[in-house]
Design a binder for this molecule. Sequence first.
Ligand SMILES: [Zn+2]
Length: 396
Amino acid sequence: MWFFNSPEIVFGEGSLSYLEQLEGKRAFIVTDAVITRLGHTARVKEALRAAGFDVAVFDGVEPDPSIETARAGAALMAEFQPDWIVGLGGGSSLDAAKAMWVLYERPDVDPENLNPIEKLGLRRKARFLAIPTTSGTGSEATWTIVVTNVAERRKLGLGSREVMPDVAILDPSFVMSMPPRVTADTGMDALTHAIEGFTCQWHNDFSDGLCLRAAQLVFEYLLRAYRDGSDLEARTKVHHAATIAGLGSGNGAASLAHGMGHALESVFHVPHGRAASLFLPYTIEFCAQGARGDAAGAAGSTRYGDLARFLGLPCATEKEAAASLAAAVRQLQLALDQPRTILACNISHQDLDRELKQLMALACNDHFTSASTRIPDDGEMRRLFDYAYGGKSIDF
Ligand SMILES: [Zn+2]
C-alpha cells in the first residue's frame, strides 16, 4: 500500500491574491530575516490583513534550522493561537514552519520520533500554507521536514503525511530577486529530485510523469533563469519544475545523491542543493554500473534508458543512457558555474580524510540512501567520496 499526496497548488502571476479567499482569523508567518529585508514578509502580511486576519511574524529561521528554533516558534504560536500557519521562504523556512506546526498542535510529540505511520491528528488548531521564495527544495509539496540536530551534527529527515501543506502558492514574483548562486543551487536540487525520484527503488506510476516533466523543465529553463533573473518565463518554469519535482520525489523518494549530500551539508555546511546535486553524476554512474538483470543490457525499458530517451539523450544501452545523463548533468553544472567536485567546494583532502568516517556513517545511514537501486557498502561509499573529491574516474 502506498499513497499520493498533494497540496492545492495555486500558480501563475498574481497568485498571491489567493489569500483574499482564505478563511480564518489569525495567521502566523514563519520566515527569515533576509525575506523580511526583501519586503516579501510585508507583502504577505498586508495581503493577510486585507483578508481580515490578525497576523504575527516569526522571522528568526536560520539556514539549516535546528529543533530549538522549531520549539521557540511553537511557543510563540501557543501564545498567538493561529488558525493558519504560513511558511514563507526557502526550504529552511518551510521546514521550520512545518516542525513548529507539529509542536504547536502536539507539544507532547518528540519531533525525532515522527514517522509516516503514526497518526498526529494535525489541523485541530491550524492549517498550513506554503509560499516558496526559492525554486528547488519542493518542501511546499512534500510531507518531509529536514531539521538539524546541532549537537550531533546530524540532519534529521522527518516525515508524516499529515505535514503535507494544505495550499502552496507559486507566485513567480517571489523568486524574481533570487541571486544567481541560489538560483543555481536550488534549481539543481530540483533536478536531483526529479532524476532520483524517477530512478530510485520507490518510483511509482503516479510520480513518474511528474519527475520526467520536471527534469525536462530544469534542463530547458534553469540556465536562462541563472543568466537573466528578470526572465519571467524561465523563472516561472523553474519555479513550477521545483514543485513538480517535489511532488514526484516526495511521493516516491530521493536517493543516494541526497544521502551523500546530507552528509556533506551536515559536516561541511555546503548548501543543500549544491551538495546533493554535486553527487548526482557520480551516483548515476555508480548505480548504472551495478544495475541488475536486464538493466545492465539493452535500455529497452530501464529507468535511465526511459529518462534519457525522454530527454533526447543517447541511450542505446542502459550504461550509455546513464553516461549521457551524467554528462548532461555535468554540462549544466559547468554552465551554471557550480562546483563539480568536493575539492571545488574548498574542502581540503586533509579535512575530508579527518571527517571521512563521519561522512560515510551519515551517508550510509541516511534513509534516502536505502531508496537507491544500488546501495553502496562501506568500501564502495569510500570510493564514491574519493571519486567525487577529485572527479578522477574509479572502477566500482
Ligand atoms: Zn533536495
